[in-house]
Every structure is written in C-alpha cells, then in structure tokens.
Design a protein around this ligand. Structure first.
Ligand code: IPE
Ligand code: IPE
Ligand code: MG
Length: 250
C-alpha cells in the first residue's frame, strides 16, 4: 500500500471527495447475517476513509449515510440506522477532536428523530473550530429535496423584495443549498458495483469525476480509497475545453 501511496501526486489531489457508501446489506447477507449487521460494520470503513483523506490532506469528505428515499425501508432498519448514528457520533467525538475534524451535516435534518438531531447539533457545535478536514454527513439527504428547498427560499426572498430575479445565478443558488459552505465535488466514489447517483449532490457533481468499485462498503479500506485517488489523477478534467488548452495551462 505504501508504494501506491507514494505514487499519488500531491499537487493533483481532489479537494472534495463524496462517497456513496453502498453495499452494507449485501455484505451482511453474504455472511448469512441480517442487513443491520452490515450497517454495524460500516464504521471501520468510515474511519479508514477519514484517516486517509486526512493523511492526504483532502480538505472535504462527504459521506452519503441516509437518503430521503431510505425512509421507505423497513422500520426496524431505519430505527437501527438512526440509533447507530447517535451512538457512533457520541463514541467518535474524542477522535474528531484529536484528529481536528469538523463535523457538518446536509439534508432535511428536521425529519431526523429528536435524539439524532440533538446529538448531531451538539457534535457540530463542539467540532466547529476544528480545521484539518470537514467531514459532512448527508442524512435524510436527497438532491431533489435540496433543490426544492432552495427554490422555496429564493422565491420567498423575491416575494419579500430581498432578491431580484435577475440576480439569480449559480453563485446565489450555491449559497442557498445545504452545501453552501462546501466546494464543488471533484471525485465521487460509489461502492458495491452500482453505477448510479441515487439522488446525491446532483448540482454539486456537475463536473465531478465518477469512480465505481465492486468493493462492498464494509470491506472498503484505505487502499481502496487510494486506488480511487490514483484513478482520478489519471483523468484529464477538461471542463469543456480541449485537451491542448488544458496542457498549456498545466
Ligand atoms: C448502504 O448500504 C447504506 C444505506 C443505504 C443506509 P445498503 O443498505 O444500501 O446495502 P445494499 O445496497 O442493500 O447491499
Ligand atoms: C444510496 O444507497 C444511499 C446511501 C448510500 C445512503 P441506496 O442503496 O439507498 O441506493 P439505491 O436505492 O440502490 O439506488
Ligand atoms: Mg444499497
């Protein structure tokens, strides 16, 4: 792994990596266990991803933990996920402090049960001055819900004469999204072999590089994260320009 790590070009790192942590249920089933066993084994993968992002000095890591659509899962699974979230956040707080990690959350947080919401608010407050890395959890998050919410906020401002329609542009929209304090996503990783976006950061991923791996989330380790970064570095991000233009500016 160290050799792979050394092949990373430190001048060409993504600034914001977003991860769709998928495959917990299938991982558990493959071991003859209940789906929730997979969720319980997701923590090591989260820790490893945070640690390697921190080692590589990647400033923003965003993890898709629960989607607006995930509310439609069986009640037992939803309750277990919520309880796991509360216990994990509480347990990890000393680590967040030690590792200088700032916790952030995006999504329709009002929909979360009150203990989850309160724990989250407490952890966000306690870690707010940390600055090594911003770790964002997407919880009860759906990109369409976020966009609808943003449109409502903008409409209210227009109706109240706080905003002129002509002034609405990318920047204004960005500043009203849940991700107002995050940069665009550079690299999106999805585990478990599924090749779809599942309502995650549609606006913010407009120009992200997409990386799909067969590895199931509970098996995801630092070396897999490194593989994704190396793959990313071998791509040419053209943003609409020609290859020649990009090479001149490098
Ligand atoms: C990802 O794993 C975790 C959440 C969506 C909360 P899944 O639970 O979707 O696992 P699979 O995709 O069914 O294997
Ligand atoms: C996406 O995974 C949401 C999270 C990882 C939290 P899902 O497993 O819910 O996605 P679909 O339904 O297979 O697209
Ligand atoms: Mg899934």
């Amino acid at each position: 792994m160290n050799e792979r790590l050394r092949s990373i070009n430190l001048h060409k790192k993504p600034n914001h990596v977003a991860v769709i942590m998928d495959g917990n249920g299938r991982w558990a089933k493959s071991k003859g266990m209940q789906r929730v066993f997979g969720h319980k084994n997701a923590l090591t993968s989260i820790r490893e991803s945070v640690d390697i992002a921190s080692e590589l000095d990647i400033q923003y890591l965003t993890l898709y933990a629960f989607s607006t659509e995930n509310w439609n899962r069986p009640k037992l699974e939803v309750d277990t996920l919520m309880n796991l979230m509360v216990s994990t956040l509480k347990k990890e707080l000393p680590e967040f402090m030690k590792k200088n990690i700032k916790i952030n959350a995006i999504g329709n947080l009002n929909q979360l049960p009150s203990n989850a919401r309160n724990t989250l608010a407490d952890i966000i407050k306690k870690t707010k001055n940390n600055e090594k890395i911003t770790l964002t959890f997407a919880l009860s998050y759906g990109s369409r819900e976020e966009i609808v919410n943003t449109i409502k906020k903008l409409c209210k401002k227009v109706v109240n004469n706080q905003l002129k329609i002509e002034k609405i542009d990318d920047k204004i929209i960005n500043s009203h999204l849940y991700t107002f304090n995050l940069p665009d996503v550079d690299l999106m990783i999805r585990t478990s072999g599924e090749q779809r976006i599942s309502n995650f950061l549609l606006w913010q991923m407009a120009y992200a590089e997409l990386y799909f791996t067969e590895v199931l989330w509970p098996d995801f380790r630092k070396e897999h994260f490194i593989n994704a970064i190396i793959d990313y570095q071998n791509r040419e991000r053209r943003f609409g320009k020609t290859s020649e233009q990009i090479k001149v500016n490098e």
